[in-house]
Design a protein. Structure first.
Length: 185
């Protein structure tokens, strides 16, 4: 007996292996590339969500600081409403110390839009490692408004103030501007 019978199947198997030798490697590389792309996509989504969360946090902190400045200015108006310094004539520029100004007249720019207008600093707030010094300005809108129940003054001689508060933590953080029309009691 000769060994030709056994040699043929071995050579046939070697030929099959030689023809399939790189297919497994190519499939593995394709799967590796697909998994890498899925991982990078997930990483990009996580980074985007982290930025969105940071912006929401910044805006919340800035809003709270502007609201605190608004309340501080309202308390100041409530305490000093009757003083002449709190009731300047219309068109009077804002006082550099108190940030109280007269109501704007038609051709003048609203004071909070004018970069030259002085703002008063409110109490500094610290939250989450961020320190913010919000600012406010008070505009006297005049007397002669109809009084609400419980308001000081005669029935038709009540004063009104427009209070604008802003907060800016700087360094590309959120800026919030709030306004209220305040009627002292």
């Amino acid at each position: 007996m000769t060994s030709f019978h056994r040699a043929f199947p071995i050579r046939s198997m070697q030929r099959r292996r030689a023809s399939q030798g790189g297919v497994a490697l190519i499939v593995a590389l394709i799967l590796l590339v697909v998994m890498t792309l899925v991982g990078l996509s997930g990483l990009r989504n996580v980074t985007l969500e982290e930025r969105m969360t940071a912006n929401t946090f910044d805006r919340s902190i800035s809003f709270q600081a502007a609201e605190a400045a608004l309340k501080e200015a309202e308390a100041l108006v409530q305490a000093q409403n009757a003083l002449p310094a709190m009731q300047p004539a219309a068109g009077t520029p804002c006082n550099a110390v108190t940030a109280v100004c007269g109501a704007p007249v038609a051709p003048l720019l609203e004071p909070w839009l004018d970069n030259a207008t002085p703002w008063a600093d409110a109490a500094t707030l610290t939250n989450g490692g961020i320190t913010i010094t919000p600012q406010y300005m008070i505009e006297f809108l005049g007397n002669g408004f109809t009084c609400s129940p419980g308001e000081a003054g005669s029935a038709t001689n009540c004063s009104r103030y427009r209070i604008t508060a802003r907060s800016n933590a700087g360094a590309d953080r959120s800026v919030v501007i709030l306004q209220s029309i305040y009627a002292p009691l």
